[in-house]
Design a protein around this ligand. Structure first.
Ligand code: SAH
Length: 382
């Protein structure tokens, strides 16, 4: 379907009388859950009427909590050194073709500064697991950003660490952590990772992060090599147990230097259906429309928002490093700079009736907690 047709269709949408799977979607809307079988039917369905009704209901939930606001996260890809060897990832340790780089604290601060000028109020520091930065280095980077931009939040996305390290980063001012669980089905996780990287440790990290008080992001790749719909449903149930504040979920895309170079990428249709289901399961969750979705479809990010997502993550990395942070082939925006990315995203969101806001975009649960704390303080002080 052409882009404008797609948007017009969403805007003028009135549910038709005969929608296959309507009962399942209504049930998910009301109860936030479904049986494994019902979820499988929904994921399998290729009927456009089903998908459109799912997105329609997802937008109702999205607007109840977030109106037409879209939160921006400025992604700073500060290092592509990695001790891990995830089989799907372009910057995995054993890929000898990567030109490795890491950025200094000053360079990272410069990215944040540029982002702040353009309305970003969250900075996501993402990188491979690069142990050349000590915990103290990470803490210094985090606290410098927080000191310089007290109205902004810092999200870390630097992989698996000990609880003690996570606590140090938190104390230095990092309030959010993004660590996709990648695959909750043990067999699939084992297939996608070397033996030394275990699902148990990944999950341990997520629960440690939660117990420290971070706003936690989990998530999975869609259509990862060998992933079945049942595996994906296992991810849904895992997320229901974990109850994260954010869910990062994008299509798998092959990278030429990995053993999965000839595997098929995840589809737009599956990704959108998963986003719609996630919005109905987790009405208040922060749900990015990912760069990977924008890579497999030029209008992918807009479609993701119209299927229930409410976050976009434009790239703030300096142009000269972008091509070196290639998690997968053909990643978009590697020729642009931060200013172009921010402007482009504002335009794109406006075109579909949404509005990018200058806001930290905290998880609603955390906002409520922060308000409670403030009013308790007032009462104590009175
Ligand atoms: N080292 C950090 C950041 C990893 S990169 C960590 O471990 O969390 C961020 C995300 O990119 C990963 O969590 C993974 O889900 C995704 N990714 C990696 N390779 C990919 C590929 N080939 N296709 C799509 N997404 C990929």
């Amino acid at each position: 379907m052409r882009y404008l047709d797609f948007i017009r269709k969403q805007k003028e949408y009135v549910p038709p009388a005969d929608i296959p799977q309507k009962g399942h979607i209504d049930q998910l809307f009301e109860t936030r859950t479904l049986t494994r079988d019902a979820l499988r039917y929904l994921l399998e369905s290729e009927d456009e009427r089903t998908a459109e009704y799912l997105f329609f209901k997802a937008r109702i939930r999205q607007k109840e909590t977030f109106e037409n606001k879209i939160y921006l996260r400025g992604l700073i890809e500060f290092s592509n050194f990695c001790r891990c060897d995830c089989k799907y990832c372009g910057i995995r340790k054993s890929n000898g073709n990567v030109q490795r780089y890491h950025m200094s604290r000053e360079d990272i601060l410069r990215c944040a500064e540029l982002g702040h000028m353009h309305g970003f109020r969250t900075f996501v520091l993402q990188g491979g697991e690069d142990l050349s930065y000590s915990d103290d280095d990470i803490c210094r980077i985090v606290s410098s950003i927080r000191e310089k931009f007290p109205d902004s939040a810092v999200t870390l996305s630097i992989g698996e660490r000990t609880k003690e390290s996570y606590q140090k980063y938190f104390d230095a001012g990092a309030e959010r952590y993004l660590l996709r669980h990648e695959a909750a089905a043990p067999e699939l996780y084992r297939k996608l990772h070397p033996q030394a990287q275990t699902l148990e440790n990944r999950i341990r990290c997520l629960y440690d992060l939660k117990s420290i008080g971070y706003q936690v992001g989990a998530g999975m790749m869609l259509h990862a090599p060998g992933q079945t719909l049942d595996d994906l449903i296992t991810d849904f149930f895992f997320l229901q147990k974990l109850q994260p504040d954010m869910i990062g979920c994008g299509p798998f895309i092959p990278h030429k230097d990995t053993e999965y170079r000839n595997e098929e990428a995840g589809s737009v249709e599956l990704t959108l259906r998963v986003l719609g289901i996630l919005r109905l399961m987790f009405p208040e969750v922060l749900l990015p429309s990912t760069t990977a979705l924008g890579t497999i479809d030029p209008m992918g990010r807009e479609k993701g928002i119209l299927a229930g997502a409410n976050v976009v993550m434009p790239n703030l990395s300096p142009r000269d490093v972008r091509k070196k942070y290639m998690l997968y082939d053909n990643k978009i925006c590697t020729e642009d700079d931060a200013v172009q990315c921010a402007g482009c995203m504002n335009q794109r969101m406006k075109a579909i009736g949404y509005r990018v806001v200058e806001d930290r975009g905290d998880a609603p649960r955390k906002v409520a907690q922060m308000c409670r704390k403030k009013s308790e303080k007032r009462i104590d002080g009175a």
